[in-house]
Design a protein around this ligand. Structure first.
Ligand SMILES: [Fe+2]
Length: 383
């Protein structure tokens, strides 16, 4: 793997602050929101629909600390057409990754000058709590990025949303999951489209390369991938971009591309400062995770004997919860991946805790691959 230190020139104007929220286009936003609340520890947050005067779409926003997911469904047959067409092709999937920014107009102008495709020119929305400025541009596949400047807004989320309509009494009895913020969002690309997708961020958003790995470094007997991570100047937004690499069998990235119907968001990593508590709570809520073979921990204990790194957590507990560890001499990260969040083998989530380690789990990709391949074989797609 390769880490990069050259951030490139600092943008003259405009600043990316953080991930703002993720919007999913789904066939039944109400039920999807309930599922993410029950299994992943989100809470009902804000709502837009017929009762709030939104005639065409229902939007259920759920929240957990700084993480906000918005699930959107169309309310009428074939209207809005683009939502219906999107879901018919991709199934339930991430449509938009919104970034919170300063000086939106400068960022938008620069990205359009450099060739970014405009989905929606800058616009403003307001209510009693102030005004929010937006603009939307297109990235890989049918995904978009909304730029959001909320500096003149003091409402809870965005204008024209009301509070979530109903409390879910079941949630009160469930253990807290304490996921804190979006750590990174990964996009899968068809074969040979990773570099151009990564370059789109470098060129249009003035992001820079942060980390990369290729298939000579990352493969199992059957499957391989390449990945480039791009990030903003301040390195607060990390976007790994993957593509399949040839192997003896179908790459898991290719399986994603086949089932999603092109490029799209493969996984969203959610950061916690106590992964043992988080995974314990998520498992108690019935969230399912990738199986990790016990031999992973036998190998890990062996390898750790010759490493300088000290793992604070109890390895027996990590093994019991099947949490993965990736490390170097200076630190480590702990992570675990959910099973796919919907029937199609497309989007899944990651839970991650970092202890002085800014990687993405390359040391775990192999064991992750082997675990995914076991699932892929069960689905009859490892050929
Ligand atoms: Fe990840």
């Amino acid at each position: 793997m390769t880490s990069y230190t050259d951030k490139g020139p600092k943008p003259e104007a405009g600043k990316f602050l953080s991930f703002d929220h993720c919007t999913f286009w789904v066939s039944n936003a109400k039920q999807t929101a309930a599922h993410y609340c029950a299994r992943m520890g989100f809470e009902p947050f804000m709502y837009k629909g017929l009762e709030t005067g939104s005639r065409q779409i229902a939007a259920h926003a759920v929240k957990q600390n700084k993480i906000i997911f918005v699930f959107v469904s169309s309310l009428e047959p074939n209207n809005p057409q683009e939502i219906c067409d999107f879901i018919a092709k991709h199934g339930d999937a991430v449509r938009d990754v919104a970034f919170s920014v300063e000086d939106l107009d400068a960022i938008f102008k620069k990205s359009v000058e450099r060739g970014a495709e405009v989905v929606k020119e800058p616009w403003s929305e307001s209510d009693d709590d102030g005004v929010v400025r937006f603009a939307q541009i297109k990235t890989y596949g049918e995904c978009t990025h909304t730029l959001i400047d909320r500096s003149k807004y003091h409402g809870k989320f965005l204008p024209n949303y009301g509070p979530a309509r109903q409390k879910d009494v079941l949630l009160e009895s469930l253990p807290k999951t304490n996921l804190e913020f979006i750590d990174h969002i990964v996009g899968n690309q068809p074969d040979n489209e990773m570099t151009s997708a990564a370059e789109w961020y470098e060129k249009n958003l003035m992001f820079h390369r942060f980390w990369s790995i290729d298939d000579t470094q990352l493969h199992t007997d059957y499957s391989a991938l390449r990945s480039i991570v791009v990030t903003n100047y301040e390195e607060t937004i990390k976007m790994p971009i993957n593509e399949p690499a040839p192997g003896k069998r179908k790459s898991q990235i290719q399986e994603y591309v086949d089932y999603h119907g092109g490029a799209g968001v493969q996984h969203i990593a959610l950061n916690t400062s106590n992964i043992v508590e988080t995974i314990t709570a998520l498992r108690a809520r019935g969230q399912h995770f990738l199986e990790v073979p016990d031999r992973y921990y036998t190998n890990l204990r062996e390898r750790l004997k010759t490493s300088k790194v000290k793992i604070v957590e109890d390895l027996d507990v990590l093994q019991k919860l099947k949490i993965l560890i990736d490390y170097d001499d200076n630190g480590y990260l702990l992570q675990l991946f959910t099973k796919n969040m919907q029937d199609r083998p497309t989007l899944f989530l990651e839970v991650i805790q970092r202890r002085n380690h800014q990687g993405f789990g390359a040391g775990n990709f192999k064991s992750l691959f082997e675990a995914i391949e076991a699932d892929q074989a069960e689905r009859g797609n490892l050929n």
